[in-house]
Ligand binder design. Structure first.
Ligand code: 1PR
Length: 580
């Protein structure tokens, strides 16, 4: 008989991924709704997402803070995930006034970025969790040295050997900082990473916790502490490069949701019979490359590190509650245990009956359906246009806090907000023309361009103009302005597409990727143009970008994800390994 498992949902973010993982492992669970439920819990998981201070405040407001602290002290099996681990410590610099349980000495601090340690914050991606030689071998702790786990956080507890001996179980190096990636003492376990989003390795870890018979190990009865263990900084940190599978989704002419794929954002097939005068035979069908959830499941099983769904049909006639993409995300989250991003239509909306929904409400609906991140396209361009105008006219406050990026980032953390950029090259003759002053930072001269550049292009120069509505409308904003603008508004990551390279299989626009990556300090996902395995290693080597995305070549089964990863391994790039 399995132990009575309870999950504590403080209303933060996406608990659906965790419950889907537990169901996939074949266990039942109950929700902690009020303090008295903790008395019935034989095992407890606290999945924390987003802001530590908000989690602590929620626990106080619901009267759960002290009962939960007593549960942990009692030594009953506890698994704290991300914030659920940080709350075991004394405080977090994220909100020093909101004290944690203080069960473990120490505090979480924000990652630092500097010239000598130019890492991107948040730490968003897959890293190793290296087991300390003095960590206990308790079967409840299934963290493995030979796998990678998914992290998404801006704060972490620095590793202090003497202070944390007996608690720190694994450490992880990010940039030039070594932090505690998991803790365990007796039956109390915590991970900074998200096992419910860490593929089979994460499921295996959850299973170790769930299948190990509950033992009561009151913390005050545990009196022995191992000798502290020092850890040296490695030349390279533990972060691996991410391979992202992207599914552009739209309804076909029969109203079914299909995976489609643009060729320079044109998602319709070539004319079947262009000479024909018969409308039916020359009608250009929406490319149909498969069923969204089925295809996404295939990519998960093939080793995709992340899945992105981009809804390129805004379902204007559907109220928020009936958005077809919500059902799609729910279905995908049931069997895909890596991060899910949903983009397209993340903006203020009005139901057909006139009910208004803020962008934050729209995002909340997707988070509760199982999405980890939302991606904002058009609205981000409009927000940056307004920001640039406020700066130009010195209209205070410069940051109003009203944009979709700002409200969602404030509510769910920067790591939950991706901005999708759809730029188009604007060529000009460098000998006789040039763009307006403000766009000069986004100019590339063909003679200096890197890989994948034609002779014709070498004679020219170009800047990158941003578009909205899927490339249908051009705006007077360039990629550098947009990238810097969305970062200042609170975006946590940039999905950098290229209309020119979309569907071309010519390789990524390396110049664009490098230009944008050097203008921000948040992670960038290279997108558009992948056609061969070597295109991925090429863009990682040329730009050191955190992640690279494929779509058409994956959908048409021309390029297995495993081939991409093998090519990267052969070239010395760090790639996620699944369970051996
Ligand atoms: O403006 O917030 O509603 O968001 C709309 C979203 O839909 C944006 O992320 C925008 O990029 C996307 N989108 C809109 N129209 C299209 C289209 O193709 N007609 N898809 C579209 C853009 C870009 C990538 C693509 C890569 C890789 N797709 O998703 O998959 O270019 O392709 P490849 O590997 O085949 O070369 P909003």
């Amino acid at each position: 008989m399995a132990d009575r498992l309870f999950i504590l949902d403080y209303g933060g973010g996406n608990t659906r991924s965790l419950t889907n993982s537990i169901k996939r492992l074949g266990y039942e669970f109950e929700w902690v709704k009020e303090p008295k439920d903790l008395a019935n819990a034989e095992k407890l998981i606290f999945p924390g997402v987003g802001n530590c201070g908000q989690a602590v405040k929620s626990l106080h407001n619901s009267g759960l803070f002290e009962p939960l602290r007593q549960y942990v002290l009692s030594g009953k099996p506890y698994f704290g995930i991300c914030i659920g681990m940080q709350v075991l410590f004394e405080t977090s610099a994220e909100s020093p006034q909101d004290k944690g349980f203080g069960v473990i000495p120490g505090s979480a601090a924000k990652f630092t970025t500097s010239a000598v340690d130019p890492k991107r914050v948040p730490h968003m991606g897959w890293s190793a969790a290296r087991r300390l030689s003095n960590s206990s071998q308790n079967p409840i702790n299934g963290v493995r040295d030979d796998c990678h786990y998914y992290f998404v956080h801006s704060y972490a507890v620095p590793y202090n050997p003497s202070k944390l001996a007996g608690w720190a179980s694994t450490i992880t190096q990010y940039g030039k900082e070594i932090f505690v990636s998991s803790v365990q003492r007796g039956s109390v376990l915590g991970t900074q990473f998200h096992p419910e989003k860490s593929g089979e390795a994460g499921l295996d870890l959850l299973n170790s916790f769930l299948k190990t018979k509950a033992e009561l190990n009151p913390l005050k009865s545990l009196t022995s502490y191992p000798e502290p263990v020092d850890v040296e900084l490695n030349e390279k940190d533990d972060l691996v490069k991410r391979i992202v599978a992207c599914l552009d989704v739209r309804s076909n002419d029969n109203g079914d949701l299909v995976v489609t794929k643009g060729d320079q954002y044109d998602v319709r097939e070539d004319d079947n019979n262009p000479e024909s005068t018969d409308a039916a035979s020359s009608k250009r069908e929406v490319r149909n490359l498969g069923k969204p959830v089925e295809l996404a499941r295939r990519y998960f099983s093939e080793g995709a590190d992340e899945v992105v769904f981009l809804n390129i049909t805004s379902f204007r006639n559907s109220p928020l509650g009936d958005q077809p993409m919500l059902e799609l995300v729910k279905a995908a989250a049931e069997t895909i245990f890596v991060p899910l991003t949903i983009g397209g239509g993340i903006r203020d909306m009005v139901d057909p009956d006139g009910t208004r929904h803020s962008a934050s409400e729209v995002a909340h609906a997707y988070f509760r359906s199982g999405a980890d991140k939302v991606s904002i396209g058009s609205d981000a361009v409009y927000a940056v246009e307004e920001l640039l105008n406020r700066i130009k006219t010195n209209t205070q406050p410069i940051l109003t806090g009203q944009s979709a990026i700002e409200t969602i980032s404030a509510g769910y953390g920067a790591q939950a907000v991706v901005v999708s950029i759809d730029p188009k090259r604007v060529y000009f003759n460098p000998n006789s023309e040039k763009p307006s002053e403000e766009h000069l930072p986004s100019v590339i001269y063909g003679k200096d361009a890197k890989a994948n550049t034609t002779d014709e292009e070498r004679k020219l120069a170009w800047w990158y103009q941003c578009t909205v509505q899927g490339g249908r409308s051009y705006r007077d904003v360039d990629v550098v302005q947009l990238a810097k603008g969305v970062e200042s508004l609170g975006a946590g990551e940039i999905l950098l597409n290229s209309i020119d390279r979309d569907g071309s299989k010519r390789g990524f626009d390396v110049d664009l990727i490098q230009l944008v990556r050097e203008s921000v300090s948040i992670p960038v996902v290279a997108s558009s143009g992948a056609g061969e395995a070597q295109h991925f290693a090429q863009v990682f080597d040329a730009t050191n970008v955190e992640a690279a995305l494929g779509a058409g070549a994956f959908h048409r089964k021309e390029l297995p994800i495993e081939d991409v990863k093998n090519d990267m391994r052969q070239k010395g790039l760090k790639v996620r390994t699944e369970l051996p």
